[in-house]
Every structure is written in structure tokens, then in C-alpha cells.
Write a protein that binds this ligand. Structure first.
Ligand SMILES: *[C@@H]1O[C@H](CO)[C@@H](O)[C@H](O)[C@H]1NC(C)=O
Ligand SMILES: *[C@@H]1O[C@H](CO)[C@@H](O)[C@H](O)[C@H]1NC(C)=O
Length: 303
């Protein structure tokens, strides 16, 4: 059984091996999905000529040819004007030969987004063709981490916290998320998101602000060990590698410290703040109870 399977596998490998040396085929095409408008991306195409000789490699954007490498002609590289496409000449990234052809683009703009195609052709008489297609989107990615505003350094248990997080402008826009101690906050902690739109060089740039509001409450946040880590994360769905975040720590005195503090405050302010402090009304109740008990005792004695 084992030997049989092995024989079948090696037969498949042999067939594949002959197929590869016979046909011209594209082995890899690299076109970034999303690039920043300030980038100079490299596009590359690798091929296996099989038994053919390379005639030309052509790069197209949206069906318009902008670059041609023809090793048998002089000059062997030609470029053609296409909107939004500018190939860097004399770039170390620019390198074409029998196995691969890589080019570098510069001065991107909104028109550089589109479908890029690499087409490889063999020599006469067959002029065999192989091609690969990829879409590239030019974005304006955020250059800065999100900014957190409005937080104080210290809070006490029960305090109300309000803070804003604002993303850098980008296209497509970033989604904002708040985390407390690395746990995403419940939606009732959030205000509706604000958005501002700016148009620049054909790009619709947006920045967003998300306001966080919550009570420092151990019942909801869990045991607070002296501090809370508040993190704001800005994520672009189409470009998760470009996720940016900012964390700010706020300090909250330990529960015991706070209790002691309250006790001290109560003792010091006992005389002047009678009506405010809860323990006093309890004491009043005690006096009233004692009074009633004494009255009852007197009544039962006199009977
Ligand atoms: C590329 O974009 C075009 C037009 O937006 C779309 O029709 C096509 O399916 C995309 N191709 C790939 C490979 O994503
Ligand atoms: C947060 O931003 C909104 C508007 O974007 C503003 O009305 C609010 O006062 C800000 N809050 C803080 C705490 O900065």
C-alpha cells in the first residue's frame, strides 16, 4: 500500500516537472494591495520560461501599457505615459532578466490606484503568453498615533472619566476603538463618533473623534489595582498593518488608602459637617432607640 502510494506520487511529480519545463508560466507576481501615496512601491513579476525564450515583459495599468522590457531589442526598456504611473529610472529595485522583472513606481496620486498586469511573452513562432493581474489601491495612511485628550492624571473610585480620542486624517478613514486594561469598552461608554472631512489632491481625507465616558466602578471594571490603562486604537480595515494606538495610564488610589483617607476626612470634619456624614444619622438612631428603651423601662417600672 505504502509503496503504491509513493509510486503514484512520484509519477505526479514527474508529470509536473515536465509540465514546468515545457510551458511558459508566471510563478509569482507581487503588487502591494494598499500603498501610501508617499510610498515608492516595487512591483515584480517572476516567470519560468520553460523551453521558450523571453520575448518581452509588459506592465499594464488598467489595460494601458506603461513599461516594456524586450531583451532582444535596443534599448531593451521602454516606458509609455499613463496617468498616475511614473516608473523610477535607474532604481536599484528596477531589474529585469530571464527570470523576473521588477519595477519601482514614484510620485503616486489618486490616479495610481487600479489594476496592474504583468504580461510575459515567449519568442516566435508561438509568442506564448502568460499574465498575472493585481489591484493596487493608493491610500493616505495616518502618519501619527491617535491623540487622547481630556484625561486627568489621577482619579478616585466613583469619579466620572471623560476623554476624547482623535485619529490622524486618512483615506480610507480609521475606525477608533477604546480599551480599558486591554478590554474593549462596552458601547454604553461611548458617545457617537464625530467625523471631519477634508478634500486634498482628489483624496477624501477623514479624521474621527470618539468620546469615552464612564464611572470608575469596580462592579463593572473589576478590581482596580491602583491604575487604569486607557488605550485608543485606530484601525483601517483595508490596511490592518497600519494600525496605530496610544495608551495613557490614570492613577486611582487603592481602595484601602481611599477608605483611610475618607475616615481621616470624616474625623477632621466631624464637627462642621454633621448633616452630611452618614455615620451621624446612624448615631442619632441609636440615641432615639436608647431613649425609647429607657422610656419603656420607666413605664414598666411604674406599672
Ligand atoms: C480589481 O478591481 C476591479 C474594479 O474595481 C474589480 O472588478 C476586480 O474584481 C478586482 N480584481 C481583483 C483581482 O481584486
Ligand atoms: C470631545 O470632542 C467633542 C467634539 O469633537 C467635544 O464636544 C468635547 O467637549 C470633547 N471632550 C473632551 C473631554 O475633550
Amino acid at each position: 500500500m505504502y509503496h503504491q502510494r509513493k509510486a503514484i506520487l512520484s509519477l505526479i511529480f514527474t508529470l509536473q516537472y515536465f509540465r514546468i519545463i515545457r510551458t511558459l508560466q508566471l510563478t509569482e507576481i507581487v503588487v502591494p494591495d494598499v500603498v501610501d501615496v508617499r510610498d515608492t512601491p516595487t512591483l515584480s513579476c517572476s516567470y519560468d520560461m520553460g523551453t521558450h525564450t523571453l520575448n518581452s515583459v509588459k506592465w499594464y495599468k488598467d489595460e494601458s501599457e506603461f513599461f516594456r522590457y524586450s531583451p532582444m531589442l535596443e534599448p531593451n526598456v521602454r516606458t509609455f505615459p499613463v496617468d498616475g504611473v511614473s516608473v523610477v529610472r535607474d532604481s536599484p529595485e528596477h531589474y529585469c532578466n530571464r527570470f523576473m522583472c521588477s519595477i519601482q513606481l514614484q510620485r503616486l496620486n489618486i490616479k495610481s490606484s487600479g489594476t496592474y498586469r504583468c504580461e510575459v511573452s515567449g519568442d516566435a513562432p508561438e509568442f506564448k503568453l502568460a499574465h498575472g493581474v493585481y489591484n493596487m489601491t493608493v491610500a493616505v495612511l495616518p502618519q501619527y498615533d491617535p491623540i487622547i485628550n481630556g484625561l486627568q492624571h489621577n482619579y478616585a473610585l466613583g469619579d466620572f472619566v471623560v476623554a476624547n480620542c482623535s485619529s490622524d486624517m486618512s483615506s480610507p478613514p480609521a475606525r477608533l476603538y477604546w480599551f480599558i486594561n486591554d478590554r474593549i469598552v462596552p458601547s454604553d461608554y461611548l458617545q457617537p463618533q464625530q467625523e471631519t472631512t477634508i478634500e486634498s489632491d482628489g483624496f477624501i481625507l477623514r479624521y474621527r473623534t470618539l468620546e469615552l465616558r464612564f464611572h470608575i466602578d469596580e462592579a463593572r471594571l473589576g478590581k482596580i489595582k491602583g491604575k487604569l490603562m486607557l488605550k485608543c486604537l485606530a484601525r483601517i480595515d483595508a490596511f490592518p498593518q497600519g494600525t496605530r494606538e496610544t495608551t495613557q495610564v490614570v492613577y486611582i488610589p487603592m481602595t484601602d488608602e481611599l477608605r483611610n483617607q475618607k475616615l481621616i476626612n470624616w474625623r477632621n470634619g466631624a464637627q462642621s459637617l454633621h448633616h452630611r456624614s452618614h455615620p451621624h444619622s446612624k448615631q442619632h438612631l441609636k440615641y432615639v432607640a436608647l431613649l425609647i428603651l429607657s422610656l419603656l423601662a420607666i413605664i414598666s417600672l411604674s406599672l
